[in-house]
Design a binder for this molecule. Sequence first.
Ligand code: ADP
Length: 496
Amino acid sequence: MTSYILAIDQGTTSTRAMIFDDQGRAISSHQKEFTQYFPQDGWVEHDGMEIIQTVIETVREALDSLPEAVSPKAIGITNQRETTLIWDRGTGEPICPAIVWQDRRTADFCGLLKQDGYEDMVSEKTGLLLDPYFSATKITWILDNVPGARDRAKKGELAFGTVDSFILWHLTEGQVHATDMTNASRTMLYNIHDLAWDKDLLKMFDVPEALLPSVHACDHYFGDTGKSLFGKSIPITAIAGDQQAALIGQNCLAAGQIKCTYGTGGFIMMHTGDKIIRSQNRLLTTVAYKMQGKVAYALEGSFFSAGSAVQWLRDGLKIIRAASETEELARSIDSCNGVTMVPAFTGLGAPHWNPEARATLFGITRATGIAEIARATLESVGFQTADLLDAMQQDTGMSIDALKVDGGMVENKWLLQFLADIMQLKVVRSEVSETTALGVALLAGVGVGLFNKVNKLSIFNHYYNITKPEMVTDETILHKKNWENAVESACYYSGK
Ligand code: ADP
């Protein structure tokens, strides 16, 4: 008889519950969006209880999609990372809105700590950069700004958690306050060498230990769902942050394997084995997973503009009606005819790190049309990927033989070919578009003893599309040179 796993994928804008079978095939998917709050410039908040509501509703729908009397063997939870919640241990209610990972309200605090020379220490212990993105300064902000919070935290009346931890608390009806190592490693309070909360960092950020969840492996048995929620108790046997879950869902389980998710932005993660590699290019070092007793680490880098640059063509310039039109436009010409786009709409991320740079189009002539601009936009996604991959290769000294890709943009076959050409690498696309949910379903299957060797699953042996490089190397070099000049000019123009 077939066994099933339920994956909860709690993302930044929506929550999804998916059922997978024991071969890793997706059986059903139910999704609900929730409200985004922008109360001030640079602030982004979520309502924790609304998130829980979307989790409960989508899980109920997913359970209803199974044959009668069939229950999933286990649940896995994957989530938007870093987003910070503090709740009352008595009621389970958050004491204020969740502060979302994109929120910049603690930028000044981070700036002060940097000025005081703390970045090296933080970076050495956590693998991260001193940035508002991560949870630590968000916790400090809540304790300093919600009346009575610090006192109550010290007395042990409050609990902190990233979204996974908050969902776990509610699904177990307040029985379990825990998280996994991937989520813990994004708080900026977790020492990735010792794999424990770091006393020096807790002191520096003034965070009482009584607030913190216990930290476990990703395939840990975390607890059972309360009976009153779904009419049955189901074991929760996996938790992982979304990018780490996608790494597993892309079968990147060995050193040197690498995936990129192309959505609004681009997110690259490279498995570096059991080694902690410190980047010379300001990439992040993070826990990839702990599974079957083994800890693996990863290097991570992201660029801000991928699909969002295509959205600008559609919604800003209005030169296309749908994102997919870029594919035909790119194919309609043999080259960009010298046009290069640097999509620094919100600055440049790794490895350039220039928050002041702004987007620019170079090489425009009277012959330049929509096709050149659309093609240059897609090419910019390829160049940004290539820059990050080069940085990762430099940092690790590992050779990369393929890039696994997912996300909304990989529908674009022209882009996949360009990626393969510009990097002179195989580009591998999974048939399963929901690699994040798949990853945590696989982990949950491992946790409950359903799968012993994740990478031996048939889903990983049959379901890939591979794009091989075609462009000759001279052309690749010339293309890259143009891009490098354009990036330099974009940074120069900003005055940096
Ligand atoms: P997110 O999860 O960040 O919301 P998705 O993974 O859903 O993003 O991807 C959507 C993004 O991909 C949009 O920004 C859209 O412009 C872009 N996109 C979708 N389809 C295509 C396509 N065929 N060609 C180019 N870009 C595309």
